[in-house]
Design a protein around this ligand. Structure first.
Ligand SMILES: [Zn+2]
Length: 321
């Protein structure tokens, strides 16, 4: 999957405004899978695993999973696994939490987690052990790799992948929960580590991790719901922090957080849907971060995930966690 951006722009083309052009988006994602001869393809090799995830998930939501070759995708994912169980972004790239989580999510989407154990390789158990080995047993947070920094994104990714593998028992979930509790700010939202500024991306990782841990009772829903609903701007789009511009990817992070705490009605859902739809390129498919900008697979993924969450017709319902 290529991460090249373009060719089109959100809001471009001659389509009827505010109509979801599914066939165009399917063709757009398929075209990315064929653009491997471009220079940008080589430059983005370090993100290839994420690219496959960002391409596959919207196809799945549009009920068009078969638009990418299933066997080829599974072979690619398996070829990125290391002896220690972790996955790299591409074959021969270092193993990292983020790619390991994407690999597990891709295989789960394709209903192919058992392929990890193909010919008795024990790949499933090794993947779970790799993830578990990255937990700091003192604080409960997770590192991205054996050297790396800690981040609530890694904590959420770890719990997400381990729950898909049925191996949450390998880690100290209570410690992870108490770490998240230290990241909450006075505004009810969460930062990347204790004392860090609230950010919508971090809110989703913390709230979804608490959902997996079965500890949504720890959230101050009114305070967090208020902070999240203040992310909606005049044009219907959502931003990630106060004073920032609206961006389609926050449609996912903010709205999924609101859905988990059952406060999705606190924003204007209709206005958000039309904002996302205005980010489509009606000629070539794909979505951009805001109307007028160049489309890419990352925002195509988050835009369609947001529309699915909002119950847009023609899309499968997505699980906000
Ligand atoms: Zn964005």
């Amino acid at each position: 999957m290529s991460l090249v951006s373009g060719p089109g722009r959100g809001g471009g083309g001659a389509g009827t405004l505010e109509e979801l052009c599914i066939d165009k988006h399917v063709a757009y994602i398929q075209s990315l899978n064929k653009r491997s001869d471009e220079l940008e393809y080589a430059y983005t090799e370090h993100l290839r695993m994420n690219g496959v995830y960002w391409g596959l998930t919207p196809l799945h939501l549009m009920n068009r999973a078969e638009a990418l070759p299933r066997d080829e995708t599974i072979e690619f994912v398996l070829s990125c696994q290391h002896e220690n169980g972790g996955f790299g972004a591409a074959p021969l790239h270092d193993a990292h939490m983020l790619y390991t989580v994407s690999a597990i999510q891709i295989l789960a989407t394709l209903d192919a987690l058992d392929e990890l154990d193909r010919s008795g390789s024990g790949g499933k158990q090794r993947a779970a052990s790799f993830i578990a080995s990255l937990q700091d047993r003192e604080t409960g947070v997770f590192k991205g790799d054996e050297w790396g920094e800690t981040d609530t994104r890694f904590l959420y990714g770890a719990l997400n992948a381990l729950s898909l593998l049925g191996e949450l028992k390998l880690v100290d979930v209570d410690k992870a929960v108490s770490y998240i509790q230290q990241c909450v700010n006075l505004d009810g939202a969460y930062g990347v580590r204790p004392g860090a500024e609230s950010h919508a991306g971090q809110v989703l990782t913390c709230v979804a991790a608490l959902a997996i841990a079965g500890r949504l009772d720890l959230i101050d829903r009114s305070r967090l719901g208020t902070w999240l609903s203040e992310r909606q701007l005049e044009d219907g789009g959502l931003n990630g922090r106060p004073e920032k511009l609206e961006d389609v990817c926050y449609s996912w992070w903010v709205a999924a957080s609101l859905a988990i705490i059952e406060r999705l009605d606190w924003i204007d859902k209709g206005k958000l849907q039309s904002f996302i739809l205005r980010c489509q390129d009606y000629d070539h498919g794909g979505l951009s971060d805001r109307p007028g900008n160049v489309v890419d697979v990352f925002h195509t993924h988050f835009g369609l995930a947001g529309l699915s969450l909002l119950g847009h017709p023609g899309l499968k319902e997505i699980d906000p966690v």
